[in-house]
Design a protein around this ligand. Structure first.
Ligand code: Z5A
Length: 211
């Protein structure tokens, strides 16, 4: 069973600052959907398994240096190389819960000072999510969770800029959850949001472009 009998799966995206709980909550949503009999998969960007993803991973761990525009385009290319698989999964009825997507690309790169419209351009033509959930947490609170590791961008001042950019990108269709709530509360709210969308039939539009 997919998102709905005889329909495509839903494309659900979780966004937010580092440590807001995206990975935890994406996994819980997929487990819960599967338990209820839905076909669902957990995806994440960057997908570090591809050759482009390996270049991104090396950059994030400071093992390589790249021009800001170049790494931006690599993040985007990493989504483009998964686009057709994403589309076929959705068409075959599998719901995809995606941990970070184009909005991360734009929010992080523009936090470095790149023009926001330039940052959006390579995302045009990627699949538009049916549901974007923003896990909202103050950067200071996020920094307290587990501590930042050695990856690039894991710095409070930078995360503040990213948080500001998410506010700029946030559209009225985004759903916002207070990510400072307990993991169980966030899990419950996320699942409820998914099913409200399902009941309202919002997941089965023909929209194909993201920005
Ligand atoms: N990036 C980019 O620049 N351009 C792009 O196009 C894309 C990404 C796609 C790598 O991302 C970096 O790439 C990222 C953005 C940039 N840089 N940063 N910052 P990543 O996805 O690999 O890494 P991440 O997003 O930073 O993931 P993360 O550190 O794993 O955070 P998370 O997934 O949001 O959180 P979590 O792993 O679920 O939880 C973090 C900790 O908090 C953990 O100890 C949990 O047990 C705890 N936690 C979670 N929820 C709660 C609640 N509710 N209460 C208390 N504690 C909690």
């Amino acid at each position: 069973r997919g998102g709905k009998e005889d329909s495509r799966g839903a494309l659900v995206v979780l966004e937010g600052l580092d440590r807001c709980g995206k990975t935890t909550q994406s996994a819980r949503l997929v487990t819960n959907l599967e338990r209820l009999g839905y076909s669902a998969e957990l995806w994440r960007f960057p997908d570090r398994t591809t050759s482009v993803g390996k270049m991104i991973s090396s950059y994030l761990s400071n093992e390589s240096q790249l021009d800001d525009h170049t790494i931006h385009l690599l993040f985007s290319a990493n989504r483009w190389e998964k686009r057709s698989l994403m589309e076929s999964k959705l068409k075959s009825g599998t719901t995809l819960v995606v941990d970070r997507y184009s909005y991360s690309g734009v929010a992080f790169s523009s936090a470095k000072g790149l023009d926001i419209e330039w940052c959006k351009a390579p995302e045009i033509g990627l699949l538009a999510p049916d549901l974007v959930v923003y896990l909202d947490i103050p950067p200071e609170k996020a920094a307290e969770r587990g501590g930042y590791g050695g990856e690039r961008y894991e710095q409070l001042e930078f995360q503040k800029k990213v948080g500001h950019n998410y506010q700029v990108l946030c559209s009225p269709t985004w759903k916002i959850i207070d990510a400072c709530s307990s993991m169980e509360d966030v899990e419950e709210q996320l699942q409820e949001m998914f099913f409200v969308g399902l009941i309202r039939n919002i997941y089965f539009n023909d929209s194909t472009t993201i920005v």
